[in-house]
Design a protein around this ligand. Sequence first.
Ligand code: ATP
Length: 465
Amino acid sequence: MSNVTVCARFRPRSSKEMRDPSRDGVCARPIDAETFVFQDDKEDEFTFSLDRVFYEDSTQAAVYEFLALPIMRDAVNGINGTIITYGQTGAGKTYSMEGPGIQDCDEHNKGLLPRVVHGMFEQISSSNDIARYTVKLSMVEIYMEKVRDLLDLSKANIQIKENKTQGILLSGVTEVPVSDSVEALQHLCTGLANRAVGETQMNMSSSRSHCAYLFTIQQDSVKDKRVKTGKLILVDLAGSEKADKTGAEGRVLEEAKTINKSLSALGNVINALTSGPSSKGNHIPYRDSKLTRILQDALGGNSRMALLCCCSPSTLNASETLSTLRFGMRAKHIKASPRASEVKSAKAQEEPSSVTKDEKCGRILEKMKERMSNEDIKMLEDVFIQEGIIFSLDSMAEVETVYEDIVSKTIQSLQQAVDELQQKVKKLEAENIGIQEQALRNHEPGSVGKMSRFISSWYASFFTS
Ligand SMILES: Nc1ncnc2c1ncn2[C@@H]1O[C@H](COP(=O)(O)OP(=O)(O)OP(=O)(O)O)[C@@H](O)[C@H]1O
């Protein structure tokens, strides 16, 4: 059981952001490779801890090696993987995913997609003697809630179907077999040329669609004829900014609304997945958008998943960046347990389980911890966000530390309340004695009796209320 890998990447400041005269301009102050302090436009500070933070001087190679390489390697070995770039328009999603160009780009600037393609075929060629591989490539765009085949534009409305053994499928989508990275990149370039490009005030060439690159890697073992299939999906999401900020109108406004609807659906699915069982049962609204439906297997756990939160470093975009980072924090709590989709030989299926008692206990413990954290994380996160203590609940150890801290603080304040009450009791006792003495001095036995009855009943009600 592993968490989703969530990283943030701050691109260099644009020339417009550099010209901003109102501030020194930068909203993130690095603490270490995983943690930074974020300052919003009201100068409130939030500390974020993610799996890795890439600042403006980070290289494309570093992002690939940390975020994508392990997922690509597993996909070649039959474990599904998904890599998503998320963030507002102009935050660096496409730069991170593709680089300045897929084919004719210098080595240094190459994005995740061409690196994944090269890495995949390199790994395949180094293990060709133990297995035969078949790689197929598809490429689709989700635009205005329609899935369009970017490798065959006549297929403008691909249907999404579900199959018990293969999971989510794009019915009739073009799947081109590719035998090396040059061929794969050529097809990707064809697909990219077909991508719908809209215009908004914020970025004259911003893409207004989600784009998914899908690789199916089938491995036929030379030795025992076992077949493993790994699906690797890379998704470059459309920009997540608010429609009103773009100043868009007409069709562009409709595009922005549709994009926001599908990104909200993605947020809702993540919320449902990370909120634990609810009164409504655990309904996960995958069907609310094409995007969440296509990502259903990835989000539902049968896939390794990495999310790159692309951010502007500028205070001008602080509110969008804050919501991007909060989205990332939320996604971090999705639990994934990807399995290799291996078709076993009959002999392998008969083999007795070699799982030890300790391993079973470990698994049960993990499940218990998982349930506990699912229920507690939301409450804790809300409290800590309110208190300005944004944190990363990476492990149960962290949950326990946080709990211990809260419990000890609660005990301290209860102790203080008990001390105050004891002092109050002492003061009242002294007053009581004084009143009784006064009554005796006045020689009024009847009044003393009434007074003492009054005091005892007041005393009793004080301590039972
Ligand atoms: N890490 C980076 N290093 C250098 N330049 C970058 C980096 N990230 C982004 N840029 C530049 O910033 C600009 C916007 O980036 P990009 O087009 O990737 O944004 P985007 O998030 O994909 O936007 P959209 O939602 O419109 O697709 C581009 O000119 C890009 O070259």
